[in-house]
Design a protein around this ligand. Structure first.
Ligand code: P5A
Length: 437
C-alpha cells in the first residue's frame, strides 16, 4: 500500500480527554472512530490489525477441532425466556421490537441460540463431542462504556461452545480450550495468565479468566508469582496431558477479586511471593454442565437409549478488546509496538523525498514491487514530507521493520531498522531473508 492512498486520518495531537494510552493512540493513529458512546467504526489500519488477531484466534480454534460457523447478531427473545435469562440480563440487553411487535434482542452472548441449534439437530451421543464457534459482534449496554475498545457496548467476540456426553469428557473439552487459549495468547506475544474466576451471568462452577498484566486494567488480581514462571513448552515436551497442564496451573494461587479471600491468600502464598496487580481480561472460559441444556430441553440418547441433557461449556475471547489490550501491554513513549504476528504491515519503506530529488522514491517503488512479489505486505511512504515528521508518524503506526532510503543508503545497500534495535546497512537480499524468516 502507498501511504498517500491509505485512508488513515492521523490526528495532530494526542486526544487528552481519553484516559488510557491505547485509546488515545488508536484515535490518534486513525484506527477507530467513535460513532456513539461505546460504539466504534474500525478504519482500515485498525481493521487490519483486528483481522490479523481474528485469524490467529481462528487458526488456534481450528487446531483443537472446533468448527467455525456464524450465528446472527439479532436473536429472538423466545429462547432467552426459556433459559430464564431474558429477565436476569436486565438493562445490559438491548431489546428491539420488529414491525410485527415481536420481541427481539441484539445478542450479548450465544449460549441459548447455540443450544437451540444443537437440540434441533443432534439426538444421539454418537455425534458427540462437538465444539462450535463463531466470531461475531455482540452488544451489551454497559452503564459506563470506557477506555475505547476495551469496554465497549458493541464489541467483537470469538465465542465457542462445547457439547459432551458426560462431565469427564466436558472437562476434557474445557482443558483443550484452556490449552488453545494459552497458545493463542502466546502467538499474540502476550503473557496471559489463567485465573480462577467467578461465573457471573453465564453461570456454572468452573471458570478461568485469561488476564494480561497492565496498570490500566479493570480486573484486580491476586496471585502467587510462581504462576508467571510456568512455561507452555513444559507441556509440549511431555506426552501432553491436558488435565495435568490445567492442574499445574490451578495448583498455584491466582484469582480475580470476586474470588479473593485474604485469609486464604495469606495462608497459601508466602509474603514474598504475593502479587497484587491490575490486569485486562482478554478471555474467559466456563463449564456450566446442564445449565442451558436442561432448561432448553437439549436432550440426547446415551448409549443405553436414555435421554440425558448434554454437558456444555462456553469460551470467549475479546477480539476487539485485544487490539487495545496489546497496545496497552506493549506501547512505549507514545509508540505503538505491534508484535510481528499482527502488525498492520510487515515493513515500512521510508524514502527521503524532496522536490529536487525523487531518486529515493524511485528506489522505494522498486523495492516495494520486489517485496510484493514475495508476498511481503509493505507500506511505502510516498508522501513528500521531511524525514523527522515521517519517523514520528511511523513510530506512531508501530510497524516493526523499516527500510530507510536516504543519505546512508548506497546503490545496493539500504538502512534496515528493526524496532528497538540499531539500524544496519543491508542488501535487499539480506533484508528479504530477515523479513521472510
Ligand atoms: C463465553 C463465550 C461470555 O460471554 N459466553 C460466550 C461467554 N464470556 S464473557 O466473559 O462475558 O466475555 C468474553 C470476552 O469478551 C470480552 N468482552 C468485552 N470486550 C469489549 N467490551 C466489552 N464490553 C466486553 N465484555 C466482554 C472480554 O475479553 C471477555 O473475556
Amino acid at each position: 500500500m502507498y501511504l498517500s492512498k491509505l485512508f488513515i486520518p492521523i490526528l495532530k495531537d494526542l486526544p487528552s480527554d481519553e484516559k488510557i494510552k491505547s485509546h488515545q493512540l488508536m484515535l490518534k493513529a486513525g484506527m477507530i472512530k467513535q460513532s456513539a458512546a461505546g460504539i466504534y467504526s474500525w478504519l482500515p489500519l485498525g481493521f487490519k490489525v483486528m483481522k490479523k488477531i481474528e485469524q490467529i484466534v481462528r487458526e488456534e480454534q481450528n487446531k483443537i477441532g472446533a468448527q467455525e460457523m456464524l450465528m446472527p447478531t439479532i436473536q429472538s427473545s423466545e429462547i432467552w425466556k426459556e433459559s430464564g435469562r431474558y429477565d436476569d440480563y436486565g438493562d445490559e440487553m438491548l431489546r428491539i421490537k420488529d414491525r410485527q411487535g415481536r420481541e427481539m434482542l441484539y445478542g450479548p452472548t450465544n449460549e441459548e441460540l447455540i443450544t437451540e441449534i444443537f437440540r434441533s439437530s443432534v439426538k444421539s451421543y454418537k455425534l458427540l463431542p462437538q465444539m462450535l464457534y463463531h466470531i461475531q459482534w455482540k452488544f451489551r449496554d454497559e452503564i459506563r462504556p470506557r477506555f475505547g475498545v476495551m469496554r465497549c457496548r458493541e464489541f467483537y467476540m470469538k465465542d465457542a461452545y462445547s457439547f459432551d456426553l458426560n462431565e469427564e469428557d466436558a472437562k476434557n473439552s474445557y482443558n483443550k480450550m484452556f490449552f488453545s487459549y494459552l497458545n493463542t495468547f502466546n502467538r499474540l506475544e502476550l503473557k496471559a495468565i489463567p485465573m480462577s474466576a467467578d461465573t457471573g451471568p453465564i453461570g456454572g462452577d468452573l471458570s478461568h479468566e485469561f488476564i494480561i498484566l497492565a496498570d490500566t486494567g479493570e480486573s484486580q488480581i491476586y496471585a502467587d508469582k510462581k504462576i508467571f514462571d510456568i512455561r507452555l513448552d513444559n507441556f509440549k515436551n511431555e506426552k501432553l496431558s491436558l488435565d495435568k497442564m490445567r492442574k499445574d496451573f490451578s495448583s498455584i494461587y491466582a484469582v480475580t477479586d470476586e474470588k479473593f479471600n485474604e485469609k486464604e491468600f495469606n495462608s497459601k502464598v508466602s509474603k514474598d511471593n504475593q502479587v497484587k496487580m491490575k490486569g485486562i481480561e482478554v478471555g474467559h472460559i466456563f463449564y456450566f454442565g446442564e445449565k442451558y441444556s436442561s432448561k432448553l430441553n437439549c436432550l440426547i440418547d446415551d448409549q443405553n437409549g436414555k435421554k440425558i441433557a448434554v454437558k456444555m461449556g462456553s469460551y470467549g475471547i475479546g477480539v476487539s478488546r485485544l487490539v487495545g489490550a496489546i497496545i496497552e501491554a506493549k506501547y512505549q513513549n507514545n509508540i505503538m509496538k505491534w508484535p510481528q504476528s499482527i502488525s498492520p504491515y510487515e515493513v515500512a519503506i521510508i524514502p527521503n523525498i524532496s522536490k529536487n530529488n525523487r531518486e529515493y522514491l524511485k528506489k522505494g517503488i522498486e523495492i516495494y514491487n520486489k517485496l510484493k512479489k514475495q508476498n511481503i505486505d509493505a507500506l511505502l511512504d510516498d508522501v513528500e514530507e521531511n524525514m523527522a515528521s515521517k519517523f514520528k508518524k511511523h513510530d506512531l503506526i508501530g510497524i516493526p521493520h523499516q527500510i530507510i532510503l536516504g543519505a546512508k543508503s548506497s546503490n545496493d545497500k539500504f538502512e534496515f531498522k528493526e524496532i528497538d534495535k540499531k539500524s544496519e546497512l543491508l542488501t535487499l537480499d539480506q533484508i528479504l531473508s530477515k523479513l521472510l524468516k
